[in-house]
Design a binder for this molecule. Sequence first.
Ligand SMILES: Nc1ncnc2c1ncn2[C@@H]1O[C@H](COP(=O)(O)OP(=O)(O)OP(=O)(O)O)[C@@H](O)[C@H]1O
Ligand SMILES: [Mg+2]
Length: 313
Amino acid sequence: MAEERIALPTDIDALTALLAGQDYVAGRPLATVAFLALRLGRPLFLEGEPGTGKTEIARALATGLGRRLIRLQCYEGLDATQALCDWNFPAQMIAIRTAEAVGEAGGALDRTALQEELFGPDFLIERPLLQALRPTPEGPPVLLIDELDRTDAPFEAFLLEILSDYQATIPELGTIRAVEPPIVILTSNRTREVHDALKRRCLYHWVDYPALDRELAILAARVPDASARLSREIVGFVQRLRTEDLFKKPGVAETIDWAKCLLALDVISLSPEVIADTIGAILKYQDDIARLEGSEAKRLLEEVRAALPMEGP
Ligand SMILES: Nc1ncnc2c1ncn2[C@@H]1O[C@H](COP(=O)(O)OP(=O)(O)OP(=O)(O)O)[C@@H](O)[C@H]1O
Ligand SMILES: [Mg+2]
């Protein structure tokens, strides 16, 4: 029922608070563009480094607003039958066989009626994009089109109709239009450029690695058991690592993972040995790990410690 719906945030601070309620720490630029996407009813296109919270914001938004999250995970070769809808072919075959058997037994076989039935709602398999156009009592769902850069240009072109008019055309059924547009979030890791025509329909934001304060706040929200001192060391070290010329820099996801690993080992403070033992939580390429061998981890840690405030437990 409409009156049971959670109202959309009325300003940027309210949205920031709603996300914080889901342990999602949004910086002002991201909160602003997300607020505008909600207010204007436009899709939000998030591009950025891996593990920086692009997917998670869709989850946080859906939970915070009490909406259903519908996720379309993109991959190479994704097409309309997987993304929008498909026909239940085995069930159609059974229906045809049954109708034929009835005909053979002398019953009436109405071919037109059968055809209409075969391409009607009973035989339709609804995939994420079509599900997102359907009305729901709690309010339009959050549609997450995740890792769009993994698909190809024809699929992007196919998305245009849905993203501009919130409608889809199914040859056998006609055009299906959302009564209320879903909240759409698209993400990309920019392994290739997404076409301008698609970007034009969206509000855009580049999700960068968070600054030190925000990463500390994220860690406090996600791994509250980590002490303030250990958290500062972890975040300081990860932020310092990101300034190195690495093949794959650690994202926020890695910071969180590392903190959990260190807690599981009852570590209270970083040391070169601890870093060497647990480095696999933040660096996933041997070349990057090799860079930290010898005295390099010790040197970085000393730099990080020198920059830390002295107070605190
Ligand atoms: N701003 C944030 N607030 C709270 N948690 C965050 C934030 N950013 C990232 N995280 C945490 O980091 C993890 C990774 O985030 P997420 O999966 O959204 O990254 P992503 O940008 O989608 O990465 P990828 O490009 O690899 O898919 C999540 O588990 C999430 O908890
Ligand atoms: Mg993601």
